[in-house]
Design a protein around this ligand. Structure first.
Ligand code: SF4
Ligand code: SF4
Length: 143
């Protein structure tokens, strides 16, 4: 269970709506079928992607394996397809260490079925409902 302090820091200071639980079981699924979001848009253009390679070494690891309605689909060349493990695990970029983050959902992505992590809402649905009910009662009472 997430502590009240952690909840406060994540939601009020970092504007987060979810927190991560569980742990990685090294299935390697998140190293393939990747979308890349740059600023506010998901990459759809290979020429734009080529330019990004100069910005961060992570981009140099990626290769295009397809495209769909969301954007270009990438796979990391550091993924060992036989073992499903990262070939540069100890030196992997920060973005891989921090995975998964809630931005994944805003891009239309999802955790793979057997991912060992879960993203839990910081404020549960029932808490939101309780708050809304209290608000409606107050409005009725004071009007
Ligand atoms: S660098 Fe390693 S952990 Fe990061 S996407 Fe590539 S294979 Fe996965
Ligand atoms: S999909 Fe989840 S469990 Fe599999 S390697 Fe990625 S983070 Fe780990």
């Amino acid at each position: 269970m997430i502590s009240v302090i952690k909840k406060f820091i994540l939601s009020k200071l970092f504007g987060r709506k979810y927190y991560r639980t569980g742990k990685c079981n090294a299935c390697g699924k998140c190293c393939t079928q990747i979308y890349v979001k740059h600023f506010r848009h998901v990459l759809c253009d290979e020429k734009e992607f080529e330019k990004l390679k100069y910005l961060h070494r992570f981009y140099t690891y990626l290769k295009v394996i397809g495209k769909d309605d969301t954007g270009l689909i990438f796979e990391c060349t550091n993924l060992d397809k036989t073992t499903g493990k990262c070939k540069i695990h100890k030196k992997r970029p920060g973005i891989c260490r921090r995975y998964p983050q809630e931005e994944l959902f805003s891009m239309g992505g999802a955790l793979s079925d057997n991912c060992g992590y879960k993203m839990e809402p910081i404020i549960s649905f029932s808490d939101v409902l309780k708050k809304q009910r209290k608000k409606s009662l107050k409005t009725l009472f004071f009007n």
